[in-house]
Design a protein around this ligand. Structure first.
Ligand code: DSN
Length: 423
């Protein structure tokens, strides 16, 4: 018997996803094949362990699937080792911490209130409770990472690990500079590339695998796969002086990371999600995906330019990747106001702290906007000025119902005809 209630709610959500403008920078629309693999009978299988080394019988097929996911991921990023079992990006980071650090060890991460992530040392997260965090942030004037301050804090605090990566930062990273100071103090570098991983896989941003010891990413943001995480390492990484060296510890570090994922922090892997990851990694190696990622970047750059023309303040003055952070203080709005007003126009964003914010995380002074999801729907440069116009109308509406209804009508007219799984 069909569960009418659950499936009618799924249809309701599908309708919401179809008619609106999805601008949450961490979301995307997975392909029908990714969704089919994720909704498959692979969910029935227990497979604790790794391909060829399981604690359950009957794993001969899921072994092939998981190995395929590992091999495709390594090919996609030029990695030499990977674990595809983390259930999420947070789990991937937790496994790295467990493998590389002891409780009480010092870590240095990007400040959450400047665009960083909870798992990079926030006091409300395991990473800030079990380890001793210190933080770097952005320069008040430029809105870009203050690398001088990062180096200063690294030398003062002597962390065992420096974490780079963000959830609301629109600029590329100087991995060479971070690795240089890490070498000086004997720290490991973890790059969490959850947001820009698709742009990195298609060589549209600097490659962290060249310089960082360990890489984590989610698989559902720009990578457009199922909800999940992975960990990777490259064997021949460079030192900051351009010399390539063989990461002699790859095998033993890989074994430590594998053991940290299972049995360290997880039980049985989600083989249905791993099957869907394999599909997504296959898709990400196609020319169509490379074209898609270029379009994501083009759309983001144009959108930020049009917002600037309309007098909005974009933190750091623009974007190199798929997202931008708008500081709404100059427009007399909070992030909470903006999220609510845009929601009434069927435009989904998330309120977000801006650097040096005076509001609480529940209110905030900004919104974060990303172009990965709308680009999957088929949005091109020609649509961007109209999208910014609709957003501006909704934000400046002061809650006027007529204006918001018109903005919602315009959103739906633009989005409803576009298919959900357009490539
Ligand atoms: N929630 C993710 C994001 O929106 O960036 C990070 O965990």
């Amino acid at each position: 018997m069909r569960d009418e209630l659950v499936f009618s709610l799924i249809n309701e959500e599908k309708e919401r996803q179809t008619k609106g403008l999805e601008l949450i920078a961490s979301e995307n629309y997975a392909s029908q094949e990714v969704i089919s693999a994720m909704g498959s009978i692979l969910t029935n299988k227990y497979a604790e362990g790794l391909p060829g080394k399981r604690y359950y019988g009957g794993c001969e097929v899921v072994d092939k699937i998981e190995q395929l996911a590992i091999d495709r991921l390594c090919k996609l990023f030029g990695a030499s080792w990977a674990n595809v079992q983390p259930h999420s990006g947070a789990q991937a980071n937790a496994a790295v911490f467990l493998a590389c650090l002891k409780p009480g060890d010092k870590i240095l991460g990007f400040d959450l209130s400047h665009g960083g992530h909870l798992t990079h040392g926030s006091p409300v997260n395991f990473s800030g409770k079990l380890y001793q965090p210190s933080f770097y942030g952005v320069d008040k004037e430029t809105g870009q990472i203050d690398y001088d301050a990062l180096e200063k804090t690294a030398r003062k605090e002597n962390p065992k690990m420096i974490i780079c990566g963000a959830s609301a930062y629109s600029r590329d990273w100087d991995y060479v500079r971070i690795r240089k100071v890490a070498d000086e103090i004997g720290a490991l570098v973890l790059a969490d590339i959850s947001h820009p991983s698709g742009l990195i896989a298609t060589q549209l941003l600097n490659d962290p695998l060249d310089y960082c010891h360990i890489i984590t990413t989610t698989t559902h943001k720009t990578l457009r796969g199922p909800r999940g995480g992975v960990i990777m390492m490259r064997e021949n990484i460079k030192n900051p002086y351009g010399l390539t060296w063989k990461n002699g510890n790859l095998k033993s570090m890989g074994a430590l990371l594998d053991a940290a994922v299972f049995p360290g922090i997880q039980g049985g892997p989600l083989e249905h999600v791993i099957g869907a990851k394999a599909v997504a990694f296959g898709e990400a190696m196609t020319p169509e995906y490379a074209t898609y990622m270029k379009q994501v970047k083009t759309n983001a750059k144009l959108m930020s330019d049009v917002f600037l023309e309309k007098g909005y303040h974009i933190v750091s003055g623009g974007t190199d990747n798929h997202c931008m952070l708008i500081d709404l203080r100059s427009k007399g709005l909070t992030g909470k106001d903006a999220e609510e007003l845009l929601g009434l126009a069927d435009i989904t964003v998330n309120k977000n702290m801006v650097p040096f914010d005076s509001e609480s995380p529940f209110v905030t002074s900004g919104v974060r906007i990303g172009t990965a999801a709308i680009t999957t729907r088929g949005i091109k440069e020609s649509h961007i000025p109209s999208i910014v116009e609709i957003i501006d109308q909704a934000l400046m509406s002061k809650g006027n119902k007529e204006i918001l209804d018109k903005a919602r009508f315009n959103t739906r007219s633009m989005m409803s005809p576009l298919p959900l799984f357009e490539w």
